[in-house]
Design a protein. Sequence first.
Length: 531
Amino acid sequence: MGVLFQNSHSITLMAYRLAMDKSYSINHLRSLGYSQRRIARTLSVSRGAVRRHLTVLAPNSTTALDPGEQAADEIGASNSTTLEGSSEATPPPGSASSCEPFRDQILAKLDQGLSVKRIHQDLVDDHEFSHKSWAVYRFVKTLGVKTELPFRRLETLPGVELQVDFGTGAKIRLADGRYRKTHVFRAVLSHSRKGYSEAVYRQTTENFITALENAFWSLGGVPERVVFDNAKCAVIQADWYDPELHPKIIDFCKHYGFAFIPTRPRTPRHKGKVERGVDYVQENALRGHEFESLADQNSHLDHWERTIADERIHGTTQDHVGTVFHNVERAALKSLPLERFPFYHEARRKVTRDGHIAVNKAFYSVLPEYLGRSVWVRHNSRLVRILNERMELIATHTTKQPGRFSTLDAHIASAKINSVERGVAYLLKKTHFLGSSATRWAEAVIENRGVEAAKVLQGLLSLSKKHSSESIDAACDTAWRSGALNYRVIKRLLSDRAAASQQTMEFMDTHPIIRPVSEYADFIHQSFQGR
């Protein structure tokens, strides 16, 4: 019992050794009806690993092995083990190879460029050779002669595979005369050769996901698998058997329901269709062109795809690309989801003393009550969303270039907005409280002095701190009648009026509340006599 449990636990651990993206790809391809042999060949893993993964993780589901397929995989796994082991199984020292009597014939056939399998067939036919082909392989290996097999062409059914890659795009001519380089993203459906192209500035994970997502929506559907190389924007650690994908790529695959298949490192021929497709875009669409913006280049690429690339007769298939896509492959693609992938970066930021937070060296405002507090930020290449501790949205900004500020009017405290910032209309509205003459004078100032009127009206309103509204209104009436539209005139009129209203008061000897001087004299006389 203990041994059985131990073996079961070991099998479970072996199943979970597969990376998360590889596990997802196995389950996804199995749900599409792929046999385990085909899954193993597609993902470049052993059939035993596929079998163990499906059996341990879903023993009661439809993905479990049926007896016939299990037997076939066991035979295949046995053969695979034999082949892998035989590559190291060289004859022990002193033992003669069964191929030694045919050394000259084998060398001659190698000079003709024949494969090991063909040499084995000739030995069987001509010399009644009774040993397996691996005997010939081992003997050729001891000779130090390398034989190369021809590349195998793989054609796929409609809707199965999309190959993607990056290449060098056309230059962008900036306003100051400098140039900025670009990268062109290219996606090609393996069956119809229908393509999609998009220029980006950088090969980031966000740009890669956005371009691939735009390709899906442009094509009107999603393929079963996407083949890409091991670029850092998608693959964290390249490995032919078990690559580590970027977490957001895994989430993107789940959102659209496709398998992501990286190629063997340094083996571009595994995505040869898109390799040639990138060359085609560079030579036919972009060579000799430069653009003023990224949008202009992408508009050019979109027009080129529709009018040139889709209308060509493909050199290999000899079919009209657009016709095959619209009549055959488009219907084979899976349906798009209801919403696009919600890609964003998330970070925590503290609101500084000026009421802003910093994101990628650009600055975005928040409400005054969050000064000095921490907030959450979710941002991408288009929008910056700011949320409070309860993950409630409190502000939304468009993404700015580094060094730029985005300050919303609602985020500025009213005490920090001076009258000039509020505008002439605001100042004119406040002069209504001084009187009709002040309003009439202010309107004349605005009409005659334009932008300068804001400071003049601000000065007029400041006079209310020392003078009454009636005095200011009267001074404005006098100034308006004489055509004087300067703040200094109003100030001088108010000063003259204040000086004229001041009068010298006469000294009074008698008053009901003042006692006679004689009473004070009697009081002092009596006080001295009482001593």
